[in-house]
Design a protein around this ligand. Structure first.
Ligand code: HSE
Length: 405
């Protein structure tokens, strides 16, 4: 089997490493040798730590279009419309495509799936969500006897690494971000990680698969962690609360409520112990009940584990028609109507905050009054929350949802 790899960064090198590390097992499962025949990169002269001597290295994608011996393409180069168009060309030739590109897929997966199905090609993308955790396979195959109503998880290794370092080791945000970049967890531009957009793309892909509905990414609200302050993490920690960037979606058969935001979780919550670059995904199915999947959310060989597994599975399923799931309906995204507890830091004296909250009939406990006043409220509904935010005499410095009753 001849394989073309588009992109040779952390994950591309991880793919080469895994193919070599487990060569005999992979050959046995596929039924023939896997040869990396073509590699497309921006810079063919860059030093890389992997052996590509059997591959034709090129910076011209036309070289690959012209080749007639490519059986599958692995795309780990990123990019949006250009990459979509490149992948379409391969799918149109019936060549299977495996992509880790959540940014592009969250927007164009329906379009690419149609092309793939029309040409009996497979489009697999396990590595695009939660790195090495085989969560897409689990939802599509292992849980397909269920109606799924809720999916939630820690879906970004970089932000989980930063928040864990701040919580467990008292690091400041910048230092933790720098180290997560050095470890290769962050995207080339970490704005997508810390801004929550990476997790937003992943919850879109998970929701589409779990509920068999198209999901418009533009409708999914997102709050990142770039404004998180260490003092809030430390105040909350004393109250047994841990901050996590959580992607959450719930579907009632009609409307979809979905959001990415930093949320305080009780220390004994299943997701609280998911630390550093690890990810976890919770799926609730109507037959199986609660399930949890845990593992590395980023990293070269870890992500490559999912990619090479897709390669093996697509080859073993060769010949199946209309392989790729194609939702026909679009989910309408609606704001959540649930009541929630909130952690709020006001830049106001305790007496003023107490008067304000009493006027709104909100119950709360004061958790810090040293610099401004920080409270944790009892559950309040979206209308009460809006009113609470409307006070113009003082600012709300920070506000986070607190998970749990
Ligand atoms: N930058 C991503 C993360 C890589 O930190 O989770 C895996 O998608």
């Amino acid at each position: 089997m001849n394989l073309a790899i588009l992109g040779m960064g952390t994950v591309g090198c991880g793919v080469v490493e895994v193919l070599s590390m487990n060569k005999s097992k992979i050959t046995g499962l596929i039924g023939e040798d896997v040869t990396i025949s073509h590699v497309f990169v921006n810079n063919i002269h860059k030093e890389r730590d992997v052996d590509l001597k059997d591959a034709k290295l090129t910076d011209n994608i036309e070289d690959l279009y012209g080749a007639d011996d490519i059986d599958a393409v692995i795309e780990v180069m990123g990019g949006m419309e250009d990459t979509r168009d490149i992948l379409k060309k391969f799918l149109e030739k019936g060549i299977h495509v495996i992509s880790a590109n959540k940014d592009m897929l969250a927007k164009y997966i329906d379009e690419l799936t149609e092309v793939a199905n029309a040409h009996d090609a497979r489009l697999l993308y396990e590595a695009s969500v939660a790195g090495g955790i085989p969560i897409l396979h689990a939802i599509e195959h292992g849980l397909n006897a269920n109606e799924i109503h809720k999916v939630m998880g820690i879906l970004n290794g970089t932000t989980n690494y930063i928040l864990s370092k701040m919580t467990n080791d008292g690091w400041d945000y910048e230092k933790a971000l720098k180290e997560s970049q050095e470890k290769g967890y962050a995207e080339a531009d970490p704005t997508n990680d810390v801004g929550g957009f990476d997790a937003q793309r992943k919850i879109v892909l998970l929701s589409r698969l779990a509920y068999d509905r198209k999901v418009d990414i533009e409708e999914v609200p997102v709050t990142g962690i770039s404004n998180v302050e260490l003092k809030d993490i430390e105040t909350a920690k004393k109250e047994g609360l841990i901050l996590k960037l959580v992607g959450k979606s719930e579907f009632d058969g009609q409307g979809l409520s979905v959001e990415v935001a930093p949320v305080f979780l009780p220390a004994d919550h299943q997701l609280s112990s998911v630390a550093y670059e690890k990810n976890a995904v919770y799926v609730n199915g109507n037959a199986v009940g609660e399930t949890m999947f845990y593992g590395p959310g980023a990293g070269g060989p870890e992500t490559a584990s999912a990619i090479v597994s897709d390669l093996i599975n697509c080859w073993r399923n060769a010949g199946r028609k209309q392989f790729n799931l194609t939702p026909q309906q679009t989910a309408s995204v609606k704001p959540s109507q649930s009541s929630n507890k909130y952690f709020i830091r006001f830049n106001a004296a305790e007496a003023d905050v107490k008067a304000h909250l009493a006027g709104l009939n909100v119950e709360y406990s004061v958790v810090d009054a040293d610099s401004g006043t920080t409270v944790v409220t009892s559950p309040i509904d979206p209308e009460q929350l809006e009113k609470l935010k409307q006070n113009r005499e003082y600012r709300i410095e920070s506000i986070y949802q607190v998970e749990g009753d």
